[in-house]
Write a protein that binds this ligand. Structure first.
Ligand code: UTP
Length: 293
């Protein structure tokens, strides 16, 4: 029996510089895809994968994230007095159970690896999920989202799991790349990892995407890794060390991802998610046709 994946780490302490000025006062994770904060979409994906405890690594100016997962007493009261019961129920459904949301702070944005390391005491010594909250995903024909597929592969193989996606060979230099060992198609053994390989040297065109299942030993390596690319503590550098001792599997997940940390990915996500909605899709499709595309 594998240890179950109960906890998820969501690092939300980044500065979101690619999205200024929108992110000057509003955390990028609270920008909306249609009418839900990006972070709520990611929490929904984690809940659907069976996650029970949510560890948010926040920073300064991120207080609204805590407020979002708390009861808004005045709002509830006003909605109740106005008879808006449907909205009250919708807000309730998004709430996490009492005690299920935990917050810690990364005091300086020293990199993703450092943000994950800040969660070490809240995670404890058990395997956990890591979701980068600027990526949202939609399910493919299988019907389950990316993290649920990672958990399934973890249940089969144990060890560590990362979701991967294909990019064109020209783009591999911008990402963390995995090497492919024994390959089943949907899942495969990872036989190497490299962060931002120089052009023409990447072991594959599969990039490490924003969903992971990691063993707690990752914290021991993150504690000791040197600053890497961009002067930041890189998660991939910690994973490269961990991979010398433990298995990693990759998941070519069925579905789509949208990088909401970039303007284009954010716009794509808004259009794609709105088109999927019964209440908005048909009208939006008609409006898009009117644009001179
Ligand atoms: P990104 O590099 O995409 O986020 O990190 P960023 O630094 O906020 O974005 P830009 O490049 O300046 O626009 C991926 C995730 O890791 C978190 C971010 O909040 C984001 O969700 N992160 C990154 C941290 O929590 N701490 C860090 O030091 C760096």
């Amino acid at each position: 029996m594998r240890k179950p994946i109960r906890k998820a780490v969501l690092p939300v302490a980044g500065l979101g510089t690619r999205f200024l000025p929108a992110t000057k006062a509003v955390p990028k994770e609270m920008l909306t895809v249609v009418d839900r904060p990006i972070l709520q979409h990611v929490v929904d994906e984690a809940r659907a994968a069976g996650i029970e405890k949510f560890i948010f690594v926040t920073g300064r100016n991120k207080g609204v994230i805590e407020d979002h997962f708390d009861i808004a007493y005045e709002l509830d009261d006003t909605l109740r007095r106005r008879g808006k019961l449907q909205q009250i129920e919708a807000l309730k459904a998004d709430m996490l159970p009492e005690g299920a949301a935990m917050f810690t702070r990364q005091q300086a944005p020293l990199g993703l690896g450092h943000a994950v390391w800040c969660a070490r005491d809240l995670v404890g010594r058990e395997p956990f999920a890591l979701l980068l909250p600027d990526m949202v995903t939609s399910a493919g024909p299988r019907g389950d989202q990316c993290l649920a597929q990672c958990v399934e592969v973890y249940e089969r193989f144990g060890g560590n799991v990362v979701a991967v996606e294909e990019v064109s060979p020209e783009e591999t230099q911008y990402y963390g790349i995995v090497g492919i060992g024994e390959d089943e198609g949907h899942a495969f053994e990872i036989n190497g990892m490299v962060e931002k390989p120089p052009k023409g040297t990447a072991p594959s065109n599969l990039i490490i995407s924003g969903r992971y299942i990691l063993q707690p030993e990752i914290f021991d390596f993150l504690e000791n890794v040197e600053k890497g690319f961009g002067g930041e503590i890189q998660l991939t550098d910690g994973m490269i060390e961990l991979a010398k001792r433990q298995f990693f599997h990759g998941v070519r997940f069925d579905g789509r991802s949208y990088d909401c940390g970039s303007k284009l990915g954010f716009l794509n996500a808004n259009i794609a998610f709105a088109l999927m909605r019964e209440d908005l899709g048909p009208q939006l499709r008609a409006e898009l046709k009117k644009l001179d595309l």
